[in-house]
Design a protein around this ligand. Structure first.
Ligand SMILES: [Zn+2]
Ligand SMILES: [Zn+2]
Length: 765
């Protein structure tokens, strides 16, 4: 086993052997439910079926997989499975480019990407993987839609969408070119108003906020993930006051600058405020408001200089009796949510710009008091640093708000609603799900092919049996993501069961909440909304067992992989192709390099030196270990015996007991530190600790030989033991090489999987 054949590091051969062995023994199948066995569900991100696994995916899954393997090695039952986020624009655009139906495109991509992931040796339970675009899966979205609609958490509203007249289609914001033109025909894009389905996340903003403290206290949400939740929430602390108007009406007005209330010059109301129409009752003002709602302001919503501001012609009385004009503007929303705020030019740069635009009297301001980001509240500035203004009370506003979940596109989950002439809007009964998406649609970029498919559109009303038309908007794939963390918990044999049966499975109670989500730092919005929907499903009933309404007990957000400090893109020619790297260096090297190169919370600036360093390291570990095994004899167990029979003479030469003690201390320290690193998903330091241990093992040998001229039996045993321990610690980091070494050290493949080493600081007898 340890002769010349295996002593050269040949990663391709090693990795093929290990992957075949893992497949054969179904090594990563989710273990059966045993309540008293420690168990955890690690949730990786669900990639879009975009075509290829890129190096960012490799980073993400290398972290998650190392963690999964580490926890398995400690004897815990691990659920680690994933699915593809297969609906939505990336797949639709890919299909358009390839001239094929999106369902074919998605199948092809998923097969290819699965092959890439298998080649990297990720330990997913493949039996549980899925495509969100399979009917058995997207019925989850339809079921969720109906249940949230029923609970009043989905509603019909009116929203602005980008529309290309030439292509007769709505555009996603990424399809609008920087100059405000269409990605496809480069024609002008208009904002038009369309009826949309909205998700009422506002119902749970306060609870999401409240839980943040608990998540932080739990210590298993890393700082990037927690920070993202705060950013999405956009909490602002301040005060609010009831202001009266001369005509007897009243308005609740908020400000994050209570100490500057005396400087207020106007109040600014969001066009989405529930009372906006009432305050804009004057015919001319109402017309302006309509125009504002359908106008082109969203494109430049950050420029205070150009966004429409409407003077309603009405006033309220400020706290000191001054009359404050009531203005309407979308400038409120992005800063404070759909509310009403005081305009305080001395405290807020945007307010200062508005005041000047309106020709209001603006007091002279020191620059520092009115910087461009004054509304981004300074944590160090307590809201109550001055005596509270009479009548004011502490108040909170959130920038997060309800958003649209419907899209005028064909590659998505059909919305289970029909429109009947006599009954109106009728939800499709749950037992009739799924509403199937026709698979022969071919989006071209113009129109909505689903709306043009009469056999889809024409249906009968589930309520009266009369003719009805189906909703032809589909759900945004963001909506699918709201539940994508659940189905991995469903055993494959139960996947086709009714959702009621699935939700009653003990498996969900066993695995949820997920112990850790490992995802990119751009997942903040997804996670925020998943946290909201979990709370809704807790209150409605199906997830009542998740008392705190949190889908993830822990969360790690990693940063992107960049090149020369820039995002990788084909255009810049700086894309790193994982397949090429694997061809050249093997999967273990690529995985180790992405873990080694940077802390997960930092951008990984790609350089080949990390790959070269890790490859050299693995090759040395491989070759050195095999050399030592060979020196100990073809069979290490026999070798120990053989050396033992001639022990007498060796014992006399062994004056290196203190070095053995040193080695055992180094090993113990390495295990202790690496264990802690792995527990905290700090794989970059784990790799460094393992590398350092390897240097120390070689150093031990050098020092012993310098002293004794050769290795005694005890020293050789100690050396092999240390190398075995090194292989064990490499198990989660470079799993193919590690397991082959573990076997080469005489351990049994059919035994349990390679265990994580336990610290034992042995003092020689
Ligand atoms: Zn166009
Ligand atoms: Zn009807």
């Amino acid at each position: 086993m340890s002769d010349g054949i295996h002593s050269r590091y040949e990663p391709q051969a090693i990795e093929a052997r290990r992957q075949a062995a893992w497949r054969e023994r179904n090594a990563f199948r989710t273990p059966p439910l045993i309540d008293d066995q420690p168990h955890l569900y690690i949730k990786p991100s669900a990639p879009f079926t975009s075509g290829n696994i890129h190096i960012g995916h490799v980073r993400s899954y290398s972290i998650g997989d190392a963690y999964a393997r580490f926890r398995r090695a400690r004897g815990e039952a691990v659920l680690f499975a994933f699915g593809f986020d297969a609906f939505g624009l990336p797949a639709e655009l890919g299909a358009i480019a390839g001239g094929e139906p999106p369902s074919d495109w998605v199948e092809r991509c998923a097969t290819h990407m699965t092959g890439q992931l298998e080649r990297l040796g990720f330990s997913f339970d493949w039996e549980r993987s899925f495509l969100s675009s399979d009917a058995v899966m997207y019925r989850w979205s339809q079921w969720l839609f109906l249940i949230l609609l029923d609970a009043g958490l989905i509603y019909r509203g009116t929203g602005n969408v980008d529309w290309c007249e030439h292509c007769e289609t709505t555009l996603a914001s990424i399809q609008v070119e920087p100059g405000g033109t269409c990605w496809r025909c480069h024609g002008p894009v208009r904002l038009i108003e369309l009826p949309q389905w909205y998700l009422r996340i506002s119902a749970y903003l306060e609870e999401n906020d409240r839980r943040l403290e608990e998540l932080a206290a739990g210590g298993v949400w890393d700082e990037v993930a927690l920070g993202s939740q705060q950013i999405v929430l956009g909490r602002l602390d301040g005060v609010e006051l009831e202001l009266g108007a001369p005509d007897g009406s009243a308005l609740t007005v908020f400000t994050p600058y209570p100490e500057a209330l005396g400087e207020a010059r106007f109040v600014l109301m969001s066009a989405r405020h529930p009372d906006a129409d009432e305050w804009a009752s004057d015919a001319a003002v109402s017309e302006q408001l309509d125009q504002l709602r359908t106008g082109g302001w969203e494109r430049s919503s950050r420029e205070a200089e150009t966004i429409p501001v409407i003077d309603t012609g009405r006033v309220v009385l400020g706290p000191d009796g001054a009359t404050l004009p009531v203005l309407l503007s979308p400038l409120v929303d992005s800063r404070f949510g759909p509310t009403v705020v005081f305009g305080i030019p001395t405290s807020d740069r945007t307010d200062e710009v508005i005041a000047r635009r309106l020709g209001l009297d603006v007091p002279e301001v020191a620059d520092s008091a009115a910087d461009a980001h004054a509304y981004e509240q300074d944590d160090d500035a307590p809201a109550d640093r001055r005596a509270p203004v009479p009548g004011s009370r502490p108040a909170v506003r959130y920038r997060a708000f309800d958003f649209t979940i419907s899209r005028q596109r064909s590659w998505g989950t059909p919305i289970p609603v029909v429109y009947c002439e006599s009954c109106g809007t009728v939800p499709v009964p749950r037992e009739q799900l799924p509403v199937l998406l026709p698979l022969d649609i071919r989006p071209t970029g113009t129109g909505n092919p689903l709306a043009e498919l009469e056999e889809f559109v024409q249906t009968t009303c589930p309520s009266c049996g009369g003719p009805a038309r189906r909703e032809t908007d589909t759900l945004d794939c963001h909506f699918d993501a709201l539940w994508l963390w659940v189905p991995a918990c469903v055993p494959p044999e139960a996947r086709e069961d009714s959702l009621e049966e699935i939700l009653a499975l003990p498996d969900l109670r066993h695995w949820l909440p997920s112990e850790r989500l490992v995802a990119g730092s751009d997942s903040g919005n997804f996670v925020f909304d998943q946290r909201i929907v979990t709370k809704a499903l807790r209150d409605i009933g199906p997830l009542a067992f998740l008392a705190d309404g949190e889908p993830f007990a822990g969360c790690l957000f990693h940063e992107m992989v960049v090149s020369d400090g820039r995002k990788m893109s084909k255009h810049l020619g700086n894309v790193v192709d994982p397949d090429e790297l694997i061809d050249q260096y093997g999967a273990d090297t690529v995985r180790l390099a992405v873990l080694y190169a940077a802390r997960p919370q930092r951008s990984l600036n790609w350089s080949d030196s990390a790959v070269l360093r890790c490859h050299r390291f693995l090759a040395q570990v491989w070759e050195y270990s095999h050399r030592k095994i060979a020196e100990a004899g073809a069979d290490p167990a026999r070798a120990v015996e053989a050396v033992g029979s001639t022990g007498g003479t060796e014992q006399t030469r062994d004056t290196s007991e203190h070095l053995r003690l040193k080695l055992s201390q180094w090993c113990a320290a390495a295990v202790e530190k690496t264990t802690e690193d792995m527990e905290n998903l700090e794989m970059h330091t784990a790799v460094r600790n393992v590398m350092r241990l390897f240097d120390r093992i070689k150093d031990f040998e050098k020092r012993v030989i310098a002293r004794d001229g050769e290795l005694s039996r005890a020293n050789r045993d100690a050396l092999l033991e240390a190398l075995t321990l090194l292989a064990q610690m490499l198990g989660p980091l470079a799993p193919h090489l590690a397991e082959e070494l573990w076997l080469a050290f005489g351990n049994d493949e059919h035994g349990a999987q390679m265990p994580w080493p336990v610290v034992s600081l042995r003092v020689p007898a």
